[in-house]
Structures are given as structure tokens and as C-alpha cells.
Design a protein around this ligand. Structure first.
Ligand SMILES: Nc1ncnc2c1ncn2[C@@H]1O[C@H](COP(=O)(O)OP(=O)(O)OP(=O)(O)O)[C@@H](O)[C@H]1O
Ligand SMILES: [Mg+2]
Length: 416
């Protein structure tokens, strides 16, 4: 059966229509494009509201606000189009501004980007992925992105994050991205020896799509897929915010859950992760300096647009017995917000770490530790997804200045 793709292009540039026609002319007999062109934003919105549009292409120019408005206006329509923006690299004020702009648009609900002049393979891959491969009129909704962050090393971000990912794999497909780029432990904790890492993804980033990603991940016996951290510092240097943004945005189309483990450093990579996360779990343990550092981190998160509804606090007991005598109420008072989850100390977490079997799956009976992780898993499953980071700054700002602005006052870094 021939598939008709109703395509609307919003542009002042007739050259874009010519490029699109040329890029799709040999796409196959089973697909037909019906092309509409609008120059005016209001008319384009009215068109897409009143008639079904499968693919809406908006030419960015130097201003991303039009594409953002379009995404917002079309969110509630009966037949939401796949919204794609085209851009010319040279119209942005450097790579920082470009990647900040693209991240912001992804958060607003754009599906993808095409750089101009349009390339035939890129356009065809996008159409295949977004409109044909699924055989549906509407694109699949994106998976949930969950990140685990903390202001200090050794508080249990990886332990809680990885075990949550394993727990989630019972409810859906999961990709665990080990973005603790310099010190990734996920492969070791899962007892895996992956062939490819995030550094391989970085090399292929320009042509990364779901199919390529599927070839680079390693499967764990729980069913979870892992994209591990690079194996050395030189490889790690290749993984920047553009790479991580691309990985997460491709992965969230392919998996029900994308779980991201991070390193305790608020750099542009972490910021890109936060921007794309539906839910961010701030993990802290019960030591005084960590609680102060976490209070500051939580303030920073709010300043960079991670609002309360997308933020959770996990108090992870890494000390045995009564710990350091600090109660969840003490922690909540010092953080000036509730503690959402308390994970108890468990001696076998350590032995599980050494055996390469996550504690979550090596247990036969349900203990307090596992019940706590189950609650984190349930929270991740049931939390309603709201479009990510709508309250983020609307102007394009290079990431570095956002970090500077958000961290005046300082975040604590590094191991305790
Ligand atoms: N609830 C717990 N009970 C006992 N030990 C724990 C618990 N949580 C974590 N640990 C242990 O604490 C150590 C640090 O944990 P983990 O590596 O998860 O921390 P992290 O915050 O990811 O550290 P980094 O910032 O270095 O990546 C590990 O040895 C881990 O096994
Ligand atoms: Mg870690």
C-alpha cells in the first residue's frame, strides 16, 4: 500500500523546498509526499491544526523561538506532526550556541534536526525512522530519561542508578548510559566486558540513529542494554555535550527508559543530561559535608531549570549500623525539601559489586534494601512525564555561562 506523507514546510526560502524535493525524489514507490509550503507562522499553525500533517519542517534561521512556539502550539492537536527543524551551522554564534539551541528545541518537543543544505541520506534516514519504520501515523512517544547525580563521589549514585536500571528492565526496555565518563563502573558492576563504549559513539555521532546505537550497546542478562563509559581518559575527552545530547535523544526514541549515571561535576555534559532528563535523582549519603553540598546542588539544579516536580532526593546509607546518627528528617531540614527515598546500608552491596552481579538481581528474598530500590523503580515508572525543562531560559546561552550563572556560590566536587 502506498503511504502518503502530508508534509508542511514553514520557510521564506524556496531553496529549502527545492532541497527537500531533491532529497526525497527517489525514496521509493510506496511513499508519496504531498507538499504544502507556508511562509507565515500563524497560517502554518492553523494548517496543522485543521488538517492532518505528518511531517512539519521549520527553517530555523537565527531564531529558535518560532520553532519553540510551533512545538508548544501543536502539542495538543489530534494528529501531532513529526516536527523537524533545519538550520545552517554558520547562522549560529559558534558551536556552544548551536548545541544550546538544539538542546532547547529537543526539550520543547522537536523530534530532530537537519543541517542545510539538506543531505539526501540524512533526510531519508529521518523519514524512515520517524514515519515509515513504525508503520504508524503517529510517532512513538519518547521513553523516560532518568539521571542520577550527586555533589560528591562515593555516595552511591552508580549503585542506586544501576540497580534501578536493572529493576526497570522488568517493566520495559532500558538503556543504561554510563556518563560517569572518566570513572565509569557500570560494566564492572554488571560483570560485562563490552566491545564498544561512548567513545565509539562519539566517533559515529554524525550518523547515529537507533539502528547504529543497537549495534553499539551490550546486553546484560536482565535484558538491560549498556552503553559504557570510555575505557581511558583520552577516549573520554571525545565525549562532549553534543555527543551525550545525540545519544540520549536517539536512545529515548528506542527505549522505554534511558538511565544515565553521572560524575560529580557540573560541567556541560552533566548540564546536557539534566536538560534532557524527565526525572533527576540527587543521591547523597549521611555525611555532613555531603548534605551541605547536596543542598547547594539542589539549588543549582533549580536554577538551571530542573524544577521540583522533576527532581528527587535519595538518601543512601553508606555507613553501617545507625550510620552517623543523621535522620531523614535532619536531612530534609538541611535541604529545605523532603527526602523522597531512603536506601538502607547493605553489606552485600559491597560483595555484589565485587562479584559483577548487581545486588538487585542476586537476591532471592525481598529485604529492606531491595524494597527501597523497588520504590525508586516504581517512582520512575509512575512519575508523569511532563515536557522537559519548559522553564529553562529562552535565550540562547552558551552552556559555560549557564553553569557560571547557576553555580555562583559553588558546588562541591570530588571524592570526600
Ligand atoms: N546502600 C549501601 N550500602 C552499602 N554500601 C554501599 C551502599 N551504596 C553504595 N555503597 C558502596 O559505596 C561505594 C560507592 O558507591 P558508588 O560507586 O555507587 O558511588 P558513586 O556516588 O557512584 O561514586 P563516584 O562518584 O565515584 O562515581 C561502593 O563501594 C558501593 O558498593
Ligand atoms: Mg559512580
Amino acid at each position: 500500500m502506498q503511504r502518503t506523507i502530508q508534509t508542511l514546510i514553514l520557510t521564506h526560502d524556496p531553496g529549502l523546498v527545492t532541497e527537500f524535493t531533491a532529497a526525497t525524489d527517489d525514496i521509493g514507490d510506496d511513499v508519496r509526499f504531498v507538499l504544502h509550503v507556508e511562509e507565515d507562522e500563524r497560517r502554518a499553525i492553523r494548517h496543522a491544526t485543521e488538517r492532518p500533517v505528518d511531517l512539519l519542517i521549520v527553517d530555523l534561521g537565527q531564531d529558535i523561538r518560532q520553532a519553540k512556539r510551533l512545538a508548544q502550539e501543536l502539542r495538543g492537536v489530534d494528529h501531532p506532526p513529526v516536527l523537524v527543524a533545519t538550520y545552517r551551522r554558520q547562522e549560529f554564534d559558534g558551536e556552544d550556541a548551536l548545541s544550546a539551541g538544539l538542546v532547547e528545541l529537543l526539550r520543547s518537543g522537536l523530534r530532530d534536526f537537519l543541517s542545510r543544505p539538506l543531505s539526501r541520506p540524512e533526510v531519508q534516514a529521518l523519514i524512515d525512522r520517524e514515519l515509515l519504520a513504525r508503520g504508524e501515523q503517529n510517532p512513538r512517544s519518547v521513553g523516560k530519561v532518568l539521571s542520577f547525580v550527586g555533589s560528591k563521589g562515593g555516595v552511591g549514585k552508580s549503585t542506586v542508578g544501576i540497580n534501578t536500571a536493572v529493576g526497570l528492565s522488568r517493566s520495559g526496555s532500558v538503556l543504561l548510559v554510563d556518563a560517569s565518563i572518566q570513572h565509569g563502573v557500570a560494566a564492572d558492576l554488571l560483570g560485562l566486558t563490552p566491545e564498544a563504549t561512548l567513545a565509539d559513539v562519539a566517533r559515529e555521532v554524525d550518523r547515529l540513529d537507533e539502528r547504529l546505537l543497537a549495534g553499539l550497546v551490550t546486553e546484560h542478562s536482565s535484558g538491560l542494554h549498556l552503553l559504557p563509559a570510555p575505557s581511558n581518559a583520552i577516549d573520554a575527552a571525545a565525549v562532549d555535550e553534543a555527543v551525550i545530547t545525540r545519544v540520549i535523544s536517539v536512545a529515548r526514541r528506542a527505549y522505554d527508559f534511558v538511565v544515565v549515571d553521572t560524575f560529580p561535576l557540573l560541567d556541560s555534559v552533566t548540564l546536557a543530561i539534566l536538560d534532557l532528563s524527565h526525572l533527576t535523582f540527587t543521591v547523597l549519603n549521611d555525611s555532613g559535608p555531603t548534605i551541605n553540598g547536596s543542598a547547594e546542588l539542589l539549588r543549582v539544579l533549580e536554577r538551571v531549570g530542573v524544577e521540583r516536580s522533576r527532581s528527587r532526593v535519595v538518601l543512601n546509607r553508606t555507613h553501617p549500623g545507625r550510620g552517623l546518627g543523621i535522620t531523614p528528617t535532619d536531612v530534609a531540614t538541611r535541604l529545605d525539601r523532603p527526602v523522597d527515598h531512603v536506601v538502607p546500608y547493605s553489606r552485600s552491596v559491597l560483595s555484589a559489586a565485587n562479584s559483577g552481579k548487581p545486588r538487585f538481581i542476586s537476591l532471592n528474598r525481598m529485604g529492606a534494601w531491595q524494597r527501597a530500590i523497588n520504590r525508586v523503580v516504581k517512582d520512575a515508572i509512575t512519575a508523569t512525564i511532563s515536557p522537559v525543562n519548559e522553564s529553562a531560559p529562552t535565550e540562547l546561552q552558551p552552556d559555560r555561562s549557564r553553569i557560571q550563572a547557576a553555580t555562583t556560590g559553588g558546588v562541591e566536587h570530588g571524592a570526600q
